[in-house]
Design a protein around this ligand. Structure first.
Ligand SMILES: [Zn+2]
Length: 104
């Protein structure tokens, strides 16, 4: 079993305790540092690796470099469906951006 040390995102203190769950079911932690400004925090855990921002950026970068959907999926170890849906989203975003810049 690999134990990943959890640190407080506010003060980087590793002396933390579990403190129940939030209304959305996320694990809540309490920071034991008396000088910590926030005391409690939750960790953002994404259920799917493909939903992470870095992966989205990699998908876009690979598409720009001419990689196919299957190649991108294999390289990033995600499903081609994820690649495809991300590329569709990116195209939508670009349309919005160009509209904004042309009207400004
Ligand atoms: Zn803290």
């Amino acid at each position: 079993m690999i134990l990943i040390p959890i640190r407080c995102p506010h003060c980087q203190n590793a002396n933390i305790c579990r403190n129940g769950r939030t209304s959305t079911g996320k694990q809540r932690y309490i920071c034991k540092n008396p000088e910590c400004p926030y005391k409690t925090f939750t960790l953002e855990v994404h259920p799917y690796y493909g939903s992470r921002k870095e992966v989205k950026e990699k998908i876009t970068a690979m598409a720009v470099n001419g990689s196919g959907i299957r190649d991108t999926a294999r390289t990033l170890k995600i499903s081609p469906v994820t690649v495809l849906s991300e590329l569709k989203k990116t195209k939508k975003n670009r349309k919005c951006e160009s509209k904004v810049t042309s009207s400004a």
